[in-house]
Design a protein around this ligand. Sequence first.
Ligand code: HEC
Length: 126
Amino acid sequence: MSPACGMVTDGGFSIIEINPMEGRMRYLVVVSVFFFMLVMGVFATAQADGRGVYVKCIGCHGVDGSKHALNVSPPIKGQSAGELERKLFGYLDGSFGGDKKIVMTNVLKKLSEEDIREVSKYVSEF
Ligand code: HEC
């Protein structure tokens, strides 16, 4: 009986004793969680970029890049990041493309160079 009472009392005391600390602890926790989320957010953005950009391509190329876009494009699945980048930048500078290249040029004009590199990397992993 008494050890139990002792524990309750100890518990009560320690809670009261920790209380003044808790404010600072909570502050530290909140600050560390904030920084953790900030860092994770930066990572998530960097990693999700390619995927985020690819959302714009799914309609024509399919979720996994295996569709023949508008019945003309070869599947983009299975191509290396280097190959994809060369073709995509080629659409923009006119050094690559078939009869329907205008379709791709219009899509790519709205993307940054960084987007194109990220999406090439993402597609090469299909
Ligand atoms: C409106 C439909 C459409 C959308 C959206 C689209 N594409 Fe295309 N894509 C095409 C067509 C059509 C071609 C073939 C164009 C040609 O004649 O060169 C093509 C060709 C390509 C090629 C060259 C394939 C090869 O090996 O010749 C790549 C790479 C490519 N697209 C990637 C993308 C990426 C990445 C996106 C998204 C940012 C995208 N496409 C969005 C229709 C589309």
